[in-house]
Design a protein around this ligand. Structure first.
Ligand code: SF4
Length: 428
């Protein structure tokens, strides 16, 4: 359920079915032009569609003129409390201005900003924040914080409409993930305007990414949300962009760059997969294509769930295998796996996206796979597949499980109880 209305921030459409736009905010002092422009270039390179800059002082509004002229992506001016700065940002050519009408100094000042935005055809992002709801909603906020947030947002929208202004998107910010989900679901039913999603003050890279993935991911999976910003406590704004992209890629809402799949590892692992996965991830950053690359910690599953991957590797103590689309390509010593994987990927692109297969090498790899595969082993993947089957057909899954356990003659291991300390690494 995309928003009914669409606006444009610069040339970028927001809402109305346009791809969900990724935005972030610079962490620099805006008036420090070299630092701000360097960060804008970094976030644009990382995939930001839009960048927001804080404009708390006159000199920041002044710097906006240069920033807007030189930025490779549209620029939003972030204004609080000072309607004069909003007017200056519009005059400087900001592609959008973010303000909360409730804290800009009263109805006349809001009307003045709206009139300037209308004349310049500048869209606004208007919104409410759980930390600063209007006084008349404080009691409601205590009883029903979600209804209070939505009421404040709807009142803001009605104010814009009374001023005959519809060139805006709306945000409702809360530090609570459940409240963010519930309030945006409710608001999406009540207004036709594009929605900006974010979890305010989400936290560190680790916790903030998870909170954002849960909150924003839930809404995006419902089709709610037209632009997202991941708020992380880091000076590296490009990290926010990368997290936003991972959420969009996981939901298959947008594609950007390779997709890396890696098994969770378990006690069957016989090589240093942590280092291998990190190295594969690092090298994949050089590719723009949405190629899918898989890393399996062992071949006991065969190629298993990585059958659909464009390329993949699986290893054992001394030898490993490179495969493509479920078919073995070649067997190589474990320490050469990553280099050989990227040689195959580069050959694929050099040949116009065609996999290059040497039948002799492929036969050796198939032989290696046959020797290392164990069709009776209860691997995490097979247990997961059985559990999924059980969810849809309990009786059938039990029969399969019983048969497998009889074959193995042992109790099935449980992935969650696998002794992490017992992982076997062969460091090279
Ligand atoms: S059994 Fe599965 S989880 Fe364990 S190392 Fe092999 S591929 Fe990875």
């Amino acid at each position: 359920m995309a928003s009914e209305r669409q606006i444009h921030v610069g040339d970028l459409p927001i809402g109305g079915g346009a791809p969900v736009a990724v935005q972030t905010m610079t962490k620099t002092e805006t008036a420090n032009l070299p630092a701000t422009m360097a960060q804008i270039c970094d976030v644009a390179e990382a995939g930001a569609d839009i960048v927001r800059v804080a404009v708390p002082r006159e000199q920041d509004a002044e710097a906006l003129k240069t920033i807007v002229a030189e930025s490779p992506i549209p620029v939003i001016a972030d204004i609080h409390f000072n309607h004069t700065l909003a007017l200056k940002a519009i005059e400087a050519g900001a592609h959008c201005v973010r303000l909360n009408p409730g804290n800009i100094g009263g109805p006349e000042k809001v009307a003045e900003v709206i009139e300037a935005a209308r004349r310049a055809a500048t869209p606004l992002r208007v919104g409410v924040n759980s930390g600063s709801l209007p006084k008349h909603l404080r009691d409601l906020e205590f009883d029903d914080p979600v209804e209070a947030l939505v009421t404040a947002a709807v009142e803001t929208v009605e104010l814009m409409e009374r001023l005959d202004f519809t060139n805006f998107k709306v945000s409702m910010k809360s530090t609570s993930v459940p409240n963010t989900i519930a309030s945006n679901r409710m608001l999406a039913q009540r207004i036709p305007y594009p929605l900006h999603l974010g979890i305010t003050e989400a936290g560190t890279k680790w916790s903030g990414s998870l909170k954002s993935a849960v909150g924003l991911g839930t809404l995006l999976a419902d089709g709610i949300g037209d632009t997202i910003r991941i708020s992380l406590s880091t000076f590296h704004a490009e990290e926010e962009v990368k997290v936003a992209w991972e959420i969009l890629k996981a939901l298959k809402l947008r594609e950007r760059g390779p997709v890396l799949i890696a098994c969770p590892t378990c006690g069957r692992l016989q090589f240093d997969m942590d280092s291998v996965v990190a190295e594969v991830e690092r090298r994949l950053e050089a590719y723009d294509d949405p190629i899918e690359v898989s890393v399996l910690g062992c071949a006991v599953n065969g190629i298993g769930e990585a059958r659909h991957a464009d390329f993949g590797i699986t290893g054992a103590k001394d030898m490993g295998m490179i495969y493509s689309k479920g078919e073995p390509l070649k067997k190589v010593p474990t320490e050469q796996l990553v280099d050989e994987l990227f040689k195959e990927i580069d050959r694929y692109y050099a040949a116009g996206r065609r996999v290059q297969r040497d039948e002799h090498q492929a036969a050796q790899a198939r032989q290696w796979l046959a020797e290392n595969e164990d069709a009776t082993a209860m691997t995490p993947e097979r247990i997961a597949a059985l559990e999924a089957a059980a969810a849809s057909d309990d009786a059938a899954a039990e029969a399969v499980l019983g048969g497998m356990l009889q074959t193995v003659g042992a109790e099935a291991p449980d992935e969650d109880s696998s002794p992490v300390a017992g992982r076997r690494f062969t460091r090279r």
